[in-house]
Write a protein that binds this ligand. Structure first.
Ligand SMILES: [Zn+2]
Length: 240
């Protein structure tokens, strides 16, 4: 690629370097978002804590603007809370938030599968392959990413893209809880057997049974996280 040779002071140089800066800023704020999320999950940023933007910008070695962009996005996903005049606070992982968020996918996913209908042979083969990889992984982040991919493959033929978009939003909002659980318990959880049951029903041409098994799969994810959140609340009470 031939880049124009422009000198500073030239108007075109200013426009060009402004474009470059906005590209750099977008990727900076994206990596800042990932880093902040990791800090929340690791407990480096405690629930309820006010985020000191000056310190955090220094720690991540970025300027305030991409940091603000990252915090803004995290606040729309519900991981931090912006309070006017006070700045941003780390949102606590509460039992109540969690229960409400987790009750949504048992409703949405089976509805989307019903609309998608029975999958093609080739799609079933991809689901089986993904599930084998999921059963093998020992890495929490990989397990969550593969599980999301499995469910999106299952719902691939769903004609209602708004519904699939809502499911993806819910995936983003529960990721924090799932990662935190797996890190804290040092156990990589997966629902490989639930997935096998869904695929078996689809192979038998029984969409009703597949939707029921999918609903069960979505409900099964809730109990271990609730138990863990409850144990954290007990720990918090006993240490204060
Ligand atoms: Zn799953």
């Amino acid at each position: 690629m031939n880049l124009p040779r422009l000198k500073s002071g030239d108007f075109r140089y200013t426009v060009y370097s402004m474009q470059l800066r906005s590209i750099e800023r977008a990727s900076l704020s994206q990596s800042a978002e990932t880093a902040i999320l990791a800090m929340i999950v690791a407990g480096d940023l405690a629930p309820g804590e006010r985020i000191n933007e000056v310190h955090l910008a220094e720690r991540l070695q970025i300027s305030r603007t991409p940091l603000r962009e990252a915090l803004n996005r995290l606040s729309s996903e519900g991981s931090v809370e912006g309070r006017p005049h006070y700045g941003y606070f780390v949102k606590a992982l509460t039992l109540e938030d969690f229960e409400q968020i987790y009750d949504i996918r048992p409703i949405l996913d089976p509805a989307a599968l019903r609309l998608a209908g029975l999958p093609e042979h080739q799609q079933i083969a991809r689901l089986e392959k993904l599930n084998q990889r999921l059963l093998r992984t020992r890495n929490a982040e990989t397990a969550i990413a593969l599980d999301d991919e499995w469910h999106l493959t299952l719902l691939e033929a769903c004609p209602n893209r708004v519904l699939v978009g809502l499911i993806q939003d819910m995936m983003a909002r529960t990721r924090l809880y799932e990662l935190a659980l797996m890190r804290d318990t040092k156990r990589v959880a997966h629902a490989g057997q639930d997935h096998d049951r869904i695929v078996a029903a689809l192979k038998a041409g029984n969409l009703d049974a597949a939707c029921a098994a999918l609903q069960m799969n979505m409900q099964n994810g809730k109990a271990p996280i609730i138990a863990w959140l409850k144990s954290r609340e007990v720990r918090k009470v006993s240490t204060t």
